[in-house]
Design a protein around this ligand. Sequence first.
Ligand SMILES: [Zn+2]
Length: 332
Amino acid sequence: MKAAVYMEKRDPPKLEIVDLPYPEPGVGEVTVKLKYVGVNPIDYWIAGGRYPLESPNRIVGSEGYGVVDSVGKGVDEVSVGDAVSIYPWLYCGSCKYCVRGLENLCVRGGIIGGIWDGCYAEYVKLPVNNVVKVDSSGREEYLAVAGVSALTAYHAVELAEVSKRESVLVYGASGNVGMFILQYSKIRGATVYGISRWGWITSYGADYRLSLDDLERYISEYGVEFDVIFNPVGGNLFGESLKYLSKRGRLVTFGGLKSMSSEIDIASLYRRELRILGSTGGSYLEFKRVVQDLAEEKVFPRIWKIFSLEAATYALRSLFDPERSGKILIKI
Ligand SMILES: [Zn+2]
């Protein structure tokens, strides 16, 4: 099979197309013939060396959709020909987190496309517990973005307990995850403000679009404060966003795109009873819910570009193209 692999970790990453043996499924495993694969910053960080990971696996790609091509012994949950979406966290099912339904925190877990060969390939072999059967009448491109983009957003909105009549501010609102945070916050009845240069975010759940430069002025002019702020940008912008929260407000992070450290005003944190929440991935149950939402188009991605597998290097590098305006996919 054809696969795009990195030979060494370097920034910007470089992937090479190689021919590898067909990944035969073992006991309890399935092999999926991929159709669409989502491109995410984590793929870039792994192949680029920023993600601290020692693994012999060289195929990145945590997000994908395809059809079951072969099944190993003991698999009766899915059959050859079933359309499936991929849950990207390997998990043991028996540690103290897994038994609470927190597979994303499994002590023996890890991410597909990191410690396990991922989806930038014609086929991927997976534990059967990492695929969810989907209604094949859904749009294939949409079903490919469940595992990272939509799931990360759904879980973060759940953790923050966004509720009716609350106001929500989303940094990076046109990003892979941001566009789904807008939609899931809207579904929960919040008033949603998105920071982005792109006008289309108002068709994806944002009631108001703000630019980073206007934010301070807008807030003081209209006296707005936010119950929940989602900020994956990191750096100084993270700590600064505390001051825009209402009392008991929640600041949520699921990454640090610009920088992983930030200064925090501790006085404001305790005097106003603010909370800072970290969020990573999402549970298996949440994933099933997200897949259903995408199949029914209750939520959906804005797709910017679709690349071939041969152009995987360009797909990865396009993540940081300043003109990027939506999700990048690879069509296998
Ligand atoms: Zn576990």
